[in-house]
Design a protein around this ligand. Sequence first.
Ligand SMILES: NC(=O)CC[C@H](N)C(=O)O
Length: 396
Amino acid sequence: MTTTAPKTAQSVAKLALEDGTVFTGRAFGYAGTTEGEVVFNTSMTGYQEILTDPSYKGQIVTMTYPLIGNYGVNLQDVESKQPHVAGFIVKELSPLHSNYRANMSLDEYLKQNRIIGIEGIDTRALTRKLRISGSMRGVLSTETLDDAALVAKARGAKQMKGADWVQAVKPTANYGWDEKQGEWGLGKVERGDGLHVVAMDCGAKSNILRHLAERGVKVTVLPPDTTAEEILRHKPDGLFVSNGPGDPAVLDYAVKPIQGVLNHLPTFGICLGHQLLGRAIGASTYKLKFGHRGGNQPVKNLDTGRVEITSQNHGFAVDQATLEANGGVVTHINLNDGTVEGFRHSKLPVFSVQYHPEASPGPHDAAYLFDAFIEMMKTKTAPTGKRLAELQALRD
Ligand SMILES: NC(=O)CC[C@H](N)C(=O)O
């Protein structure tokens, strides 16, 4: 389907940052005013998966890749039911889109879902600012165009540090999941037929659950403010803790049930789930200066030295010293800044990664981690870095 966007006059939009910078561009998507933490993502494609990743709640995302929207939006590649970003910034919105699966343009999709966009600003200058000063609060507006008023509003916006955004995206009731990965095909995988996983949904990306279902695992999804008793009532073979938005340091209600089952259940966590598992064993978390968001983050397996290129989206990290002081063994680090990207517990069947093995968007290098989780449910032993590398090699 190819659509040429009607050439209507576009109205002005402004992005104001808390440091006083104001960018002026063209409005697209929905009209109005929005605020959030401004963060950048370096993925070249995958804007639809990024928009619908619940972990972006409360954040205005700028794409560093300069041309966005050329393949439109389809109704299959969503990571949740609707977009969650607080606003969207691109250098150039493609004036036409073309893809056999496209149902609509990015502009139409954002209008329908009430997401405000801005295009035509220098996203490279914006990203450099965020790298140098760190992520900043910002306001995106198509209505209030007074610079001083916008900057004042940005300075009053909610801080990401200390924010519980999980409440805004968590499910309200238990549900089952049976959608599979399907057409992408995973090649040789560890089968989990007959295994039952309880997944704690803090704002889970669909592709994580698809990866589990693809391997034959029965998945029961619970809200994060559950209890250890409720998790165990389902008689699962393992617990999975999902990704999600906001600051992990304030999510005691999600840490508590995890602590209650750690001695009973093999447990795997991704991103926020990794941070919550870290907290559950006694580690602390902290905010990174500008975080890691993109599809090309290099991660090193410390046991083998092997590097994988990973998909990431996080602004907080697990503190290495408190992790190691509480039985955590660091298995992976980020090669850009040396921060913790994965750990296992020295005694318990528990491991987790800060990055996204389900990709969506991003490379599939790390999909073997789902195989490792299935193996851990069978062996009741956390995988060493060496074993992870073996599982990875099986899929090369
Ligand atoms: N993708 C995620 O799960 C993000 C986790 C957490 N909200 C962070 O920013 O670090």
